[in-house]
Design a protein around this ligand. Structure first.
Ligand code: SF4
Length: 376
């Protein structure tokens, strides 16, 4: 049976399997219900069944009459992402109640794969989720960049990762997911519409899974126009900018896209974010041996950081075989941190979690390539 759908919906329907209703966003669900002659509130009900209750079929959507349920099931399928693999770091036996980081392989409805990570710590369980299959930006230190770009994730596929990880967190750590970071595979700002849509779903106040916007951090390599969109969005999410160096030449070497957005432009976008949201950004820097860990590098970072409202987060690099960069040594790291502290910077130093299972920053990839250990 062919439904009288608007062209946009017809295009989505034009695939061999029954189309996956989870590819529709709220607006499109509204169009669908309208095309079926249903009132607007039916779309909100359908969204709730799909994302709060996470029902696997239309038959159990009890607020819908049998005619509507039949129409939906004749034309649409419900195919959420599924978890197909998991690997945990070995528990640290020197620590009581050691809670190891775990990485998960998530299969999307079309068979594509992404990775997501659960990072437990004393007071939180953080879900690190992916927004793209691969990534087009090809940062030189990153396994995801090395695998190329395949496609953007739908908003539902982004939210599904959180639902799957939340169940795992409850099983593994008897704790729900408390924080979400958009720092997995892909550049979230290249898929911003779906990131916004997923955040709207994940923060719905009376849904079974609901989290505060303030517990969500979006990470970017510094895409200036999209950062402006975030600044204007009125979201209360946090923003992390992968700076890695306050030297334009080094930045471009590490992240080729930085050539498009020079440091002056980037600091302008951060200042704009500061003034529009009242929030600092987190400048993320990964220290790499003989690349960005000198005294001069620390001084340049201080000069850049003083222009904006920010915290600095220093992270360890996790070596990816064949990607040709090495983590900084502990002496240079100590010197670097001291320079920042002497200049009055707010600095956090994050010990990398998940490196032994290739779950740490820059290590996520779903191919049997350079990182050497995809999930089985
Ligand atoms: S670091 Fe982020 S933006 Fe750069 S290639 Fe990797 S996933 Fe893409």
């Amino acid at each position: 049976m062919t439904l009288p759908l608007v062209p946009e919906l017809q295009k989505i329907q034009n695939i061999p399997l029954l189309p996956n209703i989870r590819e529709l966003d709220r607006r499109q669900l509204g169009l669908l219900m309208k095309s079926l002659g249903e009132p607007g509130y039916r779309a909100r009900q359908l969204h709730r069944w799909l994302y709060s209750n996470q029902l696997p079929d239309f038959e159990t959507m009890s607020t819908f009459g049998s005619k509507l349920r039949r129409k939906l099931s004749e034309s649409w399928s419900i195919r959420p992402a599924t978890m197909v693999g998991a690997i945990s770091e070995p528990a640290d036996r020197t620590l009581p109640d050691s809670t190891p980081t775990a990485k998960f392989l998530i299969q999307l409805a079309d068979g594509e794969l992404v990775e997501s990570v659960l990072i437990p710590s004393d007071d939180r369980v953080t879900a690190c989720i992916s927004t793209q299959v691969g990534c087009p930006l090809q940062c030189t230190f990153c396994a995801t960049g090395a695998m190329g770009f395949r496609r953007n994730l739908f908003a539902s596929e982004i939210a599904d990762q959180v639902y799957l990880l939340d169940k795992e967190a409850q099983n593994r750590y008897t704790c729900k997911v408390t924080n979400i970071v958009f720092m997995g595979m892909g550049e979230p700002l290249l898929n911003l519409e779906n990131v916004f849509e997923s955040i709207a779903t994940l923060t719905e106040k009376d849904y079974r899974f609901s989290i505060s916007e303030k517990k969500i951090t979006i990470s970017t390599v510094g895409l200036v126009p999209e950062m402006e969109q975030i600044s204007d969005s009125r979201l209360k999410t946090r923003l992390a900018v992968s700076l890695h160096s306050a030297d334009q030449h080094i930045r471009e070497r590490l992240m080729p896209v930085a050539a498009k957005y020079p440091l002056d432009m980037l600091s302008g976008a951060i200042a704009s974010y500061n003034s529009k949201t009242g929030q600092p950004v987190t400048l993320v820097c990964m220290l790499l041996s003989a690349i960005n860990d000198s005294v001069e590098d620390a001084q340049k970072l201080v000069r850049f950081a003083k222009r904006v409202l920010c915290k600095i987060n220093l992270i360890d690099y996790n070596p990816i075989v064949n990607l040709g960069v090495k983590t900084g040594c502990s002496d240079s790291k100590t010197m670097f941190i001291q320079r920042l502290l002497d200049a009055g910077m707010h600095v956090t130093v994050r010990k990398s979690q998940g490196a032994t299972i290739n779950a740490a920053c820059g290590q996520l990839a779903t191919f049997s390539g350079n990182n050497g250990s995809p999930l089985q």
